[in-house]
Ligand binder design. Structure first.
Ligand code: ADP
Ligand code: TRP
Length: 341
C-alpha cells in the first residue's frame, strides 16, 4: 500500500519508552516507571520497545567511559528487574542511527516555536547546563525515537508529558505538510504511581541527591535508610503515617498485611522511627534480593547481554529502516541503496 493512503487505524498498538543512562536507578524510577514498563511487556508481547537513550544522554554527559559504563549499568538493571527479551525489544538508541536521520527530516517541518516552549530545556538552562543545539533538539529526537518504530503508546512520567505533546504535534505536522498518514499520533501513558519521596522527604530524584538506589550494597542501603528525615516525636507518642517517608517507602516494599499492621503500630505509638527504619531496611533487602542475584549473574555474562541488545537493535532497526524508506518516498528523497539494512 502506498504510504500516502495509510490510515491511523492501521497502526497496531505498540509501546515504546526510553531511559537515559544518567546515573544509578533509584526507587522512584522503579516504582514510578520501570515496574510499569515490565508489566506492559506482558500486556503487549512482541510490541513493546524499550531503549537506552544514549544519544539523549550526550546532551549532558561528555565522558566516554562514563557514558559506556552507565549504559551497561542500565542494561543490566532492566534485565535484572524483569525485562524479557522474548517479549520486549530492548536496544541501545545509538544502534538505530536512523533516528538521527528522521530527526533532521522532522526538524524541517517543526515550527521553532514548539521547541521554544519546552519547559525541560528552560529548566536545564536555569540549572546551569550549556544551551547546546542538542539540548534544544532533545524533544525532536524523542519524537524521532517514537515515530521511527511507529509506536502509539508511550509510558512516561508526568515530567515528559510536554515532550509527548510535541511528538504528537510533530507527527501531525509531517502528515499534514506531506498529505500522508505515515505516522500514527502517539499518546502518553502517564504513570499512575504516586511520587516516591526521597530520604529528605522531597520527590526522590538524582538531581536532589536524596535517592535510594535499587542495587545499592547493603551498607549503603542501611546508611540511606537510617538517614531518612523524620519528624521529632517522643518515643511512645503516636506517629502519623500519612505523608511519612518511612511509612510510604515501607508500603511500597511490603505486603498489604504488613502495611496495615505498620499503620496501626504508627497510630498507637507502638513503634518509633528507629524501629520502623530497621523494618523498612529488612523489607527493602527482601524485595530486591532476587533482582540483585539476577543482576550479579548477568554481570558474569556480559556477552549474553550484548547479544540481547544486538538482537533488539536488529528488530528496531528493521522498523526504523522501513519507516525512513516510506518517509524518503513521501518527501522526495532517493530510496536507500539495496543492502543498506
Ligand atoms: P531523576 O529525577 O532521578 O533524574 P528521571 O527523570 O531520569 O529521574 O526519571 C525517569 C522516570 O522515572 C521519570 O519519567 C518518572 O516516571 C520516574 N520517576 C523518577 N523519579 C520518580 C519519583 N520520585 N517518583 C515517581 N516516579 C519517578
Ligand atoms: N526523555 C526521556 C526521560 O528522560 C527519555 C526518552 C528518550 C524517551 N527518548 C524517549 C521516553 C522516547 C519516551 C519516548 O525520561
Amino acid at each position: 500500500m502506498s504510504p500516502r493512503t495509510r490510515q491511523n487505524d492501521l497502526f497496531p498498538p505498540r509501546v515504546l519508552s526510553g531511559v537515559q543512562p544518567s546515573g544509578a536507578l533509584h526507587l522512584g524510577n522503579f516504582f514510578g516507571a520501570i515496574k510499569q514498563h515490565i508489566a506492559l511487556q506482558h500486556e503487549y508481547p512482541g510490541e513493546s520497545f524499550y531503549f537506552i537513550a544514549n544519544y539523549h544522554a550526550l546532551t549532558t554527559i561528555h565522558d566516554a567511559d562514563g557514558l559506556l559504563k552507565q549504559s551497561w549499568s542500565v542494561a543490566l538493571d532492566y534485565l535484572a528487574l524483569g525485562l524479557e527479551p522474548n517479549k520486549a525489544t530492548f536496544y541501545r538508541q545509538s544502534d538505530v542511527p536512523q533516528v538521527c536521520e528522521l530527526m533532521w527530516i522532522l526538524a524541517c517541518v517543526t515550527g521553532k516555536g514548539i521547541l521554544d516552549r519546552g519547559h525541560a530545556y528552560k529548566d536545564k538552562i536555569e540549572k546551569g547546563l550549556t544551551p547546546s543545539v542538542g539540548l534544544f533538539l532533545y524533544p525532536e529526537l524523542m519524537a524521532a525515537d517514537i515515530l521511527a518504530v511507529r509506536s502509539t503508546i508511550v509510558p512516561v512520567g508526568k515530567d515528559q508529558e510536554q515532550h509527548l505533546e510535541m511528538a504528537r504535534d510533530i507527527a501531525n505536522s509531517f502528515n499534514h505538510v506531506f498529505q500522508t498518514d505515515v505516522f500514527p499520533t502517539p499518546v502518553a501513558k502517564l504513570n499512575e504511581a504516586a511520587i516516591v519521596p526521597g530520604i529528605d522527604g522531597q520527590k526522590m530524584s538524582k538531581s536532589y541527591e536524596n535517592t535510594i538506589s535499587i542495587f545499592a550494597e547493603d551498607d549503603e542501603l542501611e546508611a540511606k535508610v537510617m538517614h531518612i528525615k523524620t519528624s521529632s516525636t517522643a518515643l511512645g507518642a503516636p506517629l502519623n503515617p500519612s505523608g511519612d517517608t518511612v511509612f510510604t517507602l515501607y508500603s511500597l516494599v511490603s505486603t498489604s498485611d504488613q502495611r496495615d499492621e505498620m499503620r496501626e503500630r504508627y497510630q498507637s505509638g507502638d513503634i518509633g522511627y528507629q524501629q520502623a527504619k530497621i523494618e523498612l531496611l529488612a523489607n527493602l533487602k527482601t524485595y530486591f534480593s532476587p533482582f540483585k542475584e539476577r543482576r550479579r549473574a548477568l554481570e558474569e555474562d556480559l556477552d549474553q547481554v550484548e547479544d540481547i541488545l544486538r538482537d533488539g537493535a536488529r528488530r528496531a532497526r528493521q522498523e526504523a529502516v522501513e519507516t525512513v524508506e516510506m518517509v524518503r518516498e513521501v518527501i522526495g528523497l532517493d530510496r536507500y541503496q539495496r543492502g543498506y539494512k
